[in-house]
Design a protein around this ligand. Structure first.
Ligand code: CA
Ligand code: CA
Ligand code: CA
Ligand code: CA
Length: 216
C-alpha cells in the first residue's frame, strides 16, 4: 500500500534527479548543545567518500521530525524542508541558504508534505504547527489557508495527500493525538469528514485501494 502522493513523487523528474545525485543528509552532533545539519554530495556514485557540500548550523533545538526535499518553487532546484526545534526552515539544496522561515506558537509538529493540493499545477507545502494545519504556496510562500480543529498542540503525524473522494481533487488526511482523523478539501481547507479512534493517532495515514474497486 502506498500513499498517492508518494506514488506521484516516485515518478516525478525531481525525484529521479534526486536519486541520481545521491544526496545524503544526516545530523552530526558537534557539541552537547549544538548540532550541524549537513548535506553531503557525491557525483561519482561512490558513497564511501562523500564530499560536504554545505553545512547548516542549528543554534538551538533539535531536529525532531524527518527532513525531506522537493522542488517546491518549480525553479528546477531542490529545497530542503527542515523542521528544526520549533521552527520550519526551507533551505536551498544547492548552498544551504535560508529561503524561508516559519514559526508559530506551539512549534512545528510534523514533517512537511508537498504536492499540488488546489489543482493549480504548482506545489504547496503542508504541515502542522501549534494547533493548526497550514497550506502555503511553494513558489511565493503565500498562505492559502489554515485549519484549526485541535484543542491542544501535539500532533505528531505528517499529513498525507491523496484523492480519497475520487473526484480528481486532492484531499489532506491527518490524525491528531486527540484521536481524530480529519479529511480536508485541499482547495479551501473545508472539512469533508472526521473519524474518532480509540487512542492517539501516532502515524501518518496510508492511502491505497485495499478493496480493489479502483478508488482509494
Ligand atoms: Ca526549487
Ligand atoms: Ca497548487
Ligand atoms: Ca478528491
Ligand atoms: Ca478502494
Amino acid at each position: 500500500m502506498i500513499a498517492l502522493s508518494n506514488f506521484r513523487l516516485l515518478h516525478s523528474s525531481e525525484v529521479k534527479k534526486f536519486l541520481l545525485m545521491i544526496i545524503l543528509i544526516f545530523l552530526i552532533s558537534s557539541a552537547p548543545e549544538n548540532y550541524l545539519l549537513s548535506s553531503l554530495y557525491n557525483n561519482d556514485t561512490t558513497i564511501n567518500s562523500p564530499i560536504v557540500l554545505w553545512k547548516y548550523k542549528i543554534s538551538m533545538g533539535l531536529l525532531v521530525f524527518p527532513l525531506n526535499m522537493d522542488d517546491i518553487d518549480g525553479d528546477g532546484e531542490l529545497e530542503v524542508l527542515a523542521p528544526i526545534g520549533l521552527d520550519l526552515f526551507i533551505l536551498s539544496g544547492k548552498d544551504g541558504d535560508i529561503e524561508w522561515h516559519f514559526y508559530e506558537d506551539g512549534g512545528i509538529e510534523t514533517s512537511v508534505t508537498t504536492g499540488d493540493v488546489n489543482g493549480d499545477a504548482e506545489k504547496e507545502i503542508v504541515f502542522i504547527a501549534g494547533i493548526r494545519l497550514y497550506v502555503y504556496n511553494g513558489r511565493d510562500k503565500l498562505l492559502l489557508w489554515n485549519y484549526s480543529a485541535f484543542e491542544t498542540s501535539g500532533m505528531i503525524a505528517t499529513p498525507t495527500l491523496g484523492d480519497v473522494e475520487g473526484d480528481g481533487q486532492t484531499e489532506i488526511v491527518f490524525g491528531t493525538d486527540e484521536g481524530n482523523v480529519y479529511c480536508l478539501n485541499g482547495e479551501d481547507g473545508s472539512l469533508l469528514w472526521n473519524y474518532t479512534v480509540s487512542g492517539e493517532v501516532v502515524s501518518s495515514p496510508a492511502l491505497g485501494d485495499v478493496d480493489g474497486d479502483g478508488r482509494l
